[in-house]
Design a protein around this ligand. Sequence first.
Ligand code: NAI
Length: 711
Amino acid sequence: MIEWKNDAGVVTLTLNDPSASANTMNDAYVEAMGRTVERLVAEKALLKGVIVTSAKSTFFAGGNLQLLSQIQPSDAAEVFTTIEEVKRQLRALETLGVPVVAAINGSALGGGLEIALACHHRIVADDNRIELGVPEVTLGLLPGGGGVTRTVRMLGLQDALMKVLLQGQRMKPAHALSVGIVDEVVPADDLVDAARRWITTYDGDSKQPWDRDGYKIPGGTPSSPKLAAFLPAFPANLRKQLKGAPYPAPRAIMSAAVEGTQVDFETASRIESRYFVSLATGQIAKNMIQAFFFDLQSINAGSSRPSDVPKYSARKVGVLGAGMMGAGIAYACAKAGIDVVLKDVSLEAAARGKEYSEKLLAKQVAKGRTSAADVEAFLSRITPTGDPNDLAGCDLVIEAVFEDTGLKQKVFAEIAGVVEPDALLCSNTSTLPITSLTDGIDRPDDFIGMHFFSPVDRMPLVELIVGEKTSDRAIAQAYDVVRQIKKTPIVVNDSRGFFTSRVFGTLVMEGAAMVAEGVDPVMIERAATQAGFPAPPLAMLDEVTLTLPQKIRDAARAAGDSAGAFDDHPGMAVTDRLVNEFDRRGKAAGAGFYDYPADGPKRLWPGLWEHFRQHNDVPLIDLQERMLFAMSLETVKCLEEGVLRSVPDANIGSIFGIGFPPLHGGALQYINGYGLSAFVERSRSLAAAYGARFEPPALLVSKAEAGEVWA
Ligand code: NAI
């Protein structure tokens, strides 16, 4: 596990777990490090220095998340003892009395970086695949292996919190150097020599970057003037950032950091361990580890991609429609190095779509994130046109014209004989069943839904929709395209509204139903943000327009199917009335649930109180659980109907695509965390109080009875 090589008094410790492809903080590591540290202490009189490096492609992968996700509250004492032992070992290495240097040959995240932080000097190989950082906050945890205590003592409280701990950023070597968590970036083949050089030129305490026994805190304790100004406003800023949502990790990190500045190193370290244990034994960390580690890993590993299709890489894409979505899709493709032909009804209209990329790039230049030369190369990849014949040579087509079946069929017909004969054909429709669009298309097996989210440059998800005739080749290639443009693909079967729009609809319509019941609209919106939704339901309904539910209902009625159509949903009475009686159609029309004054921020329309409010004070917990349950129950229905194909797709799709609160780990993980039987019981009580839409689907009931969870 830890190889030992003594070369003229310089010991190289090579981390190398034989049982796994990466080193993690498992029992074998703790045992091996214990023995290694003992030997170092015993032989220290003969040592000149220690180099810590790794035989794996990553330096050290950090905590073992499989083990972490199984921790129960009753394990708290044991977890505390283990983490204290890990830290005792690192502290022994740090206070050994000889220089210790980390030669970081691969990514060092979480516990991996914490090992390196316990060394006196960190040298990292100059390789852009390497990531450094403590991303624990993104998994509902804090860096409990000394990460909080040491970064605060190295960088000062403010920089440690703002640049490292609360962001959880994964940094490339140059970025890590500028932040100060590593000391040198050297060519990969010089790494071990550079470490050796640092040891041989090391000059006792005089060159030690800080006093390793006591660690002075740069910027001083909270009583120093700079910090005194920063600290009082900090909790309020944090609350604002979190919008009142109950995320315990940022609070715990901040508390551990601030409390740690008041005491000596050892006490600070124990405080950090206690906060770590409180997070690790809670449900939120389990939810977030499930979604952001296991589910994401499964999707990125291609669990939903048909495996027998060769890997595909798009060269030239034709984007049909240069409106809001088409312009964003063109930007995302060009960013990934794909040539784009951007087609609209005229060259002028298409050029306006290209301007969108120009504006985004100009902002990046202003922020110093990209150079003028890169902008030129980027823009040269986008060719605007009004002529379908310019799509010659395209091996991929993504359509984003108006939401109209006839128009979509027409634009595909126009390019049928122009593009490559086996070009992948994709539609970005947000509501129309994919199979209905393939009428008249001579290659329906090459046709697939590729549903982006707005704004395309920022939204990480793409929903791939498999029509009745879509081939495995098309699914695999569409999956590869989404990965090529660095987004996350979920794969679902065709249905009205697919998965995301259907489930999103249940949330916003639940908000409208609450208005119908006479609940104070301020309470509705506040309940959502405090439950962790990134945006509240009435504001979101305004964004997508209040006529959308009507359109979906009309289309569903015309097609004679009701799934996902909200036909008898109580929220429909409210959207219908706002549109028909008050001509309030949403944000684009300047009036919806909100007013949009030109001279200030949006505010809820006073007419909501006049025409709808009936002093019906539904308890806050009911408001919140109705939104969460509506989405989770619809997700189960999608699974039951075969629209969803996997649990990871459900969890990740609900968080990345439609804002299901990340702290619950996604729409199905929320049910797991709640407990399936308790969830069924609560669904029934919500159904009795608020309507049959909360009745638990048969699949949920049978799963609860079988004592299973969604996995
Ligand atoms: P938009 O109205 O901004 O853009 C549509 C564009 O299509 C316009 O520029 C129009 O000139 C162009 N167009 C019309 N006929 C054309 C033709 N024959 N050839 C080429 N271009 C033509 O609409 P938006 O919002 O970009 O939506 C486009 C599609 O994306 C729709 O199917 C919509 O449902 C879907 N979608 C929209 C989302 C959104 O948030 N707006 C999200 C996801 C999907």
